[in-house]
Design a protein around this ligand. Structure first.
Ligand code: NAP
Length: 258
């Protein structure tokens, strides 16, 4: 326990279960004293997310599918009522692509599959940043999102999600520039592979996981705790001079050449 986040308010998108990266980040922030509002994407998820939100003592648990403008508006209305003088951190750990677009040749990606992946996984950050700006600026807050190495290099089967992550990383830079004058920092973590629901949708993920363990400089995969600690740094006062940055938390895998 440290008190880096004492009195800090955190709005969380992207907890599906206790393996979610967003859950690891929330736990690290909880250990540092944060309080939370959790969101969930659909009714089915509510059953899984409610016990976690109760376990962490979240103030509210609210529905929010990031592709639904009305739900997003309703969510920020409630967040504004609950925290009228603002909040400190927005965790964006949301991504989706159709399963058929995460297999085989990228060139086969359909127009609608491309639009879906980019909408859920990249545009949602822009939307949530815009809606959060009035509340985050009151407390000089920050935004953190999650990317992957497939944004930079071709990873077999990652396909349209790699393109969505490249867009997401560019969004981090443009948003950092727009929101910096309001005192808001925007950063991303490019995380190494973690066994989550989203990762299970990518064919060959087990191979990626074992190759990292075999070859990464640290000879292991990263944990939720590793990613949570990095998020804590970026979103706390320790990261006060950092914005528009994508930090690799991947046991060093990205530095390797041949
Ligand atoms: P996860 O536990 O499955 O979390 C993904 C979350 O995105 C789920 O809560 C999911 O909800 C949510 N989501 C999808 N569509 C949504 C929508 N329309 N509205 C709101 N939420 C929606 O998987 P994760 O691995 O922790 O993923 C979190 C982030 O980390 C993602 O951006 C992912 O790309 C990134 N990342 C993951 C890895 C990895 O190896 N796992 C590595 C690097 C980066 P539903 O379950 O309802 O769809």
């Amino acid at each position: 326990m440290n008190d880096l986040f004492a009195g800090k308010r955190v709005l969380v998108f992207g907890v599906a279960n206790e393996r979610s990266i967003a859950w690891g980040i929330a736990e690290a922030m909880k250990r540092a004293g944060a309080e939370f509002i959790f969101t969930y994407a659909g009714e089915q998820l509510e059953r899984r997310v409610r016990p976690l939100s109760e376990q962490i003592g979240a103030r509210l648990l609210l529905p929010c599918d990031v592709t639904d403008d009305q739900q997003v508006d309703a969510l920020f209305e409630q967040v504004g009522q609950h925290w009228p003088d603002g909040f400190d951190v927005l965790i964006h750990a949301v991504a989706f692509a159709n399963r058929e677009d995460l297999d085989g040749r990228f060139v086969e990606t359909s127009r609608s599959g491309f639009a879906t992946a980019l909408d859920v996984s990249a545009y949602s950050l822009v939307l949530l940043a815009r809606k959060s700006e009035p509340l985050l600026s009151r407390r000089r807050g920050s935004i953190i999102t999650l990317s992957y190495y497939g944004a930079e290099k071709v990873i077999q089967n990652y396909n349209v999600m790699g393109v969505a992550k490249a867009a997401l990383e560019a969004c981090v830079r443009y948003l950092a520039n727009d929101l910096g004058p309001s005192g808001i920092r925007v950063n991303g973590i490019s995380a190494g592979p973690v066994k989550t629901l989203a990762a299970a949708g990518i064919r060959g993920f087990k191979t990626i996981f074992s190759v990292v363990e075999e070859r990464a400089p640290m000879r292991r995969n990263v944990t939720q705790e590793d990613i949570g600690n990095a998020a804590l740094f970026l979103c706390s006062g320790l990261g006060s001079g950092v914005t528009g940055e994508i930090m690799h938390v991947d046991s060093g895998y990205n530095i390797l050449g041949f």
